[in-house]
Every structure is written in C-alpha cells, then in structure tokens.
Design a protein around this ligand. Structure first.
Ligand SMILES: Nc1ncnc2c1ncn2[C@@H]1O[C@H](COP(=O)(O)OP(=O)(O)O)[C@@H](O)[C@H]1O
Ligand SMILES: [Mg+2]
Length: 145
C-alpha cells in the first residue's frame, strides 16, 4: 500500500506529439498511480479528465511534450508542457466547441472543442501560458482536502 500523507510524489511523463499512437496512455498511468495512492474516486476522476485532455492536445497540436505530476498532502499539481504551435487567442480556444482540429484529428474521434473548458471545470486552479511558434504550458491544481 502506498501512502501519500506527509510525502511528496513527483513524476514526469514524456508525451509524443503529432501522433495518436500512444494517445491516452499517460492519463491511464496517472489514473492507476493515483488509485494506488488511495485518493478518492472523485479526485482520481477529475485528475484523469484534465490529464487526458491535456495529453490529447499535445498529441493533436504539439511536436513534443511532457506531463508533470506532483502529489502533496494537500494538492495534486499537474503541468502539461509542450513545444509546438502555441495558441494565438487563448480566450477563443477556451470557448466550448471552438476547435482547430484537422480532419485527421476528428477521424480519431477528437476535436469536439471541449478539452480546455473541461480542464478548467475539473481543476480548482487553472493557468495557461502559450507562445505562438514556441509552445504551451497548462497548470492544473486540484485540492485533495
Ligand atoms: N497544446 C496546444 N497547443 C496548441 N494549440 C492548442 C493546444 N491545446 C489546445 N489548442 C488549441 O485550442 C483549441 C481548443 O482546444 P480544446 O478545447 O482541447 O478542443 P479540441 O482539442 O477538441 O479542438 C484547439 O482546437 C487548438 O486550436
Ligand atoms: Mg482538445
């Protein structure tokens, strides 16, 4: 049994960009890890959604990226950092239903334009920093208790 109380866990996961070959693998790993740490179902579900959406966006829009998971006694902190095209208009990108997904991405079943909106809804704190032509950094914080 893994206990998270009083401990600080940190792990970085590389995410392949511009590829759906492994899409969803990292969020599955993160979910399994958090379950092993005996976090509540609600926290695991919220963390899984934000990690999944951030991962799919790296697979869809970035050249490469990573997801950094940190677990402290009070917070889950998830950073999704990529090198890629960046987001020219963050306010627009955040709108439900807005998507620049290509036909290829839609054929994979992605591109409904709900990813960033869901990430915001399922996080207690959400920050997004992006530079066109450089990349994007999402920071999601979920309070554990
Ligand atoms: N990591 C990223 N890098 C570049 N653009 C992104 C990234 N994440 C999101 N975007 C842009 O924001 C839009 C909205 O993202 P999202 O809400 O996840 O919807 P979807 O991925 O279904 O299009 C995307 O269509 C894309 O234009
Ligand atoms: Mg998305």
């Amino acid at each position: 049994m893994t206990s998270y109380e009083g401990t600080n866990f940190k792990k970085s996961f590389p995410v392949q960009g511009k590829s759906f070959e492994n899409a969803g693998h990292i969020s599955s790993k993160v979910k399994a890890l958090l379950q092993k740490m005996r976090l509540s179902n609600e926290i695991v579900r919220r963390a899984s959604v934000v990690t999944y959406e951030a991962e799919i966006n790296i697979c869809s829009y970035a050249e490469r990226g990573k997801i950094l998971l940190r677990v402290t006694p009070k917070f889950l902190i998830i950073d999704a950092i990529d090198e890629g095209q960046g987001i020219p208009d963050i306010e627009l990108a955040m709108k439900e239903g807005y998507s620049t997904a290509t036909d290829k991405i839609r054929q994979m079943g992605f591109g409904a334009g709900m990813g960033l909106a869901n990430i915001k809804n399922f996080s207690d704190t959400f920050r997004i920093i992006s530079e066109v032509g450089k990349g994007t950094h999402l920071k999601m914080i979920i309070r554990i208790n």
